[in-house]
Structures are given as C-alpha cells and as structure tokens.
Ligand binder design. Sequence first.
Ligand code: NAD
Length: 259
Amino acid sequence: MKNRNAVVTGSTSGIGLATVRGLAGRGCHVMVNGFGDRAEIDRSCAEIAERSGTRIVYSGADLSRPEEARAMMAQAADMLGPIDILVNNAGVQHVAALHEFPDDKWDLLLAVNLSAAFHTIKAAVPAMRERGWGRIVNTSSVLGMVGAPHKPAYVAAKHGIIGLTKSVSIELAPHGITCNAVCPGTVLTPIIERQIAQQAQVTGLPEDQVLKAVFLEKMPTGRLIGPEEVAAAIAFLCSDSAASITGAVLPVDGGYTTH
Ligand code: NAD
C-alpha cells in the first residue's frame, strides 16, 4: 500500500481517525475530512505525517452538500495525485420516536450517511478505472443489517449504503476496483457518546443502563469495540491481499448480528 493516495471522509475523530492512522502507517498519503477544532485537526494531521512519513492533508468539506463532496475529491487529486483508496466513513445520527422525528434530520442523515458516498464514488471512479486499480470501503453499521427503533433515517441510510456497495462492486469488478462495506457494532466514539445521552432521554433510563441495555447486551463479546479494530478491517480491505473480496458486507460487531 506504499504511496497509495487515500481519502477518508469523516476522519477527524473515532473510526475515521483510526483509519487514517492505519492507512498512513501502511505508507498511504491521506486526505482527512470532517469537522472539529481546526488547530487540533492540524496538530493531529502533523503528528500522523511525522510518524508515518506520508503526506496528510485536510478538507473541511461539508458532505451534506454534493458540490462540497465533489470539490473535496478534486482537491484531493490536486494535492495528492490520483486517488486509489476511498473510505466513505462520515456519519451522523439522530435518535427520536418516529412520530416526532424531524424532517430536516431525515434529509441530513440520508445526505451525509448515504448520498455523500454516491458523490465521492462517482468522482473517484474515472481515475481508478484509468489505472485499473481501486479500493472503496463504505462504513455501514450493524444497523445496515438489522433494524432498531428510534433511528429510522440512520437504519434506512445504512441499509442503503450496503445496496450501493453491492451495485458498485459488480459494475467495477472488471476494472480492478473493489467496493466493500464494514458494519461495526458499538464502538465508543463521539457519535455513541451523544447517542447514549439521547437514548437516555427517549427511554427515561439512566445513561449507564442505556449503555448496557441498548448497546452492550446485543454483543455476545459484552465489550465495546475499539476504533482501531474497525480501522484494521478497513485497511485489510484496501490492501492488495483483498483483491478478490468485493461486494462483501463485513460485520466487526462482537457477534451482534449472529442472533
Ligand atoms: P464520530 O462522530 O467520531 O465520527 C464521525 C465523523 O464524521 C467526524 O469526523 C465528523 O466530523 C464527520 N462528519 C459529520 N458530519 C459531517 C459532514 N456533514 N461532512 C463531513 N464530515 C462529517 O463517530 P464514529 O463512530 O467514528 O463514526 C464513523 C462512522 O462509523 C459513521 O458512519 C458511523 O455511522 C459509523 N458507525 C459507528 C458506530 C459506533 O458505534 N461508533 C457503529 C456503527 C457504525
């Protein structure tokens, strides 16, 4: 993977940031994307670049806007060269009872968690086809495989991205490009920390009970998953060794979807 050029969306924290570290550690140059404190993001990019000896650049593109997603892909190619690896990882969540679920949250979740991947893939594919090599990994979720209450937009988008993954994988397989989805169980990152608070509000349970009843109970391993465990699965799917794995839906879920 040395000297491959990668874009990892939603990589200023959590699984995305761990994925940047994983890919950079294997010799990739990476464009980081996402929100957060700019000074902190710059510090973290500089630290990864120094440790890995690769180029780490940043785009603050808001991927709920298709034009920003397209501009980010163009900027990544300008700054790094043709993009070999695309990890669509940006995601947002909103938890509310169905009859109270805000319309604008439905639109936002579908835009960031599903449509953004369509726009980045569309932008990345011509250069990948030209070079006859490409790796696309989409971060879905266990909630792309099974349902859950109070999360209609998230569950719909995460199921949708698995459909997108399968369609893209078939179309691009003859061009040396793979497209796979990873489906994490509960990984302790900011998106989950916010959800624990929201779920506590919806269910009336204290936060420690929410963590146990809503998140840990479903995983036979009974423990939270580390972001670096998901990042390792993503890095493998981006490697040459995974050339024959495409259209796969890979749970990294402590057994969540086995029952
Ligand atoms: P996180 O909140 O740490 O990361 C989300 C990232 O997306 C951040 O970098 C954030 O800035 C970015 N982002 C949000 N809105 C954006 C926008 N409009 N444009 C660009 N970037 C935006 O959470 P995480 O857990 O690391 O989530 C990463 C992915 O993993 C998400 O797709 C999430 O749905 C998925 N996932 C997480 C879990 C979990 O338990 N944490 C489980 C299953 C799936």
